[in-house]
Design a binder for this molecule. Structure first.
Ligand code: FES
Ligand code: FES
Length: 140
């Protein structure tokens, strides 16, 4: 298919069998939700993390992406990469890392940027909810 010719097989794999698709309860105090859009194309990605409030470890990750194959593959890979990480380590993940692992062409770099932004936004949301509950930030 044209899709197979145009994309690296790792993208196809994540696109055809996306990992961790779904959503978690936004109102759960330990769930951080990141919702971001790509100005270049209008695609949207939602990524959620369930964090252990004592250790800062990401226990569960879910995503929903309305976008191109590269964006779906990037978010699927991102969920695998951050599951089990501490939130502060997850927030350091760069889109270039994701793009490299998926062998994305330069024109598709912004698709992986969506994943980096979504992770950062989910972590920020979790931190804000935590602060709103009067809990101290966890130290890295
Ligand atoms: Fe069409 Fe991203 S530009 S899905
Ligand atoms: Fe816009 Fe992929 S083309 S996210």
């Amino acid at each position: 298919s044209p899709l197979r010719r145009a994309y690296h097989e790792k993208v196809i794999d994540h696109y055809e069998r996306p990992r961790n698709v779904g959503s978690m309860l936004k109102t759960d105090p330990n769930v951080g939700t990141g919702l971001v859009g790509a100005p270049a194309c209008g695609d949207v990605m939602k990524l959620q993390i369930l964090v252990d409030e004592t250790t800062g470890e990401i226990r569960e990750v879910k995503f929903k992406t309305f976008g191109c194959g590269s964006a779906i593959a990037s978010s699927s890979l991102a969920t695998e990469k951050i599951k089990g990480l501490k939130v502060w380590d997850a927030a350091k993940i760069k889109n270039t890392e994701i793009a490299r692992e998926l062998s994305l062409p330069p024109v598709k770099l912004h698709c992986s940027m969506l994943a980096e932004d979504a992770i950062k936004s989910a972590v920020k949301d979790w931190e804000q909810k935590r602060a709103a509950r009067g809990l101290k930030p966890l130290a890295a």
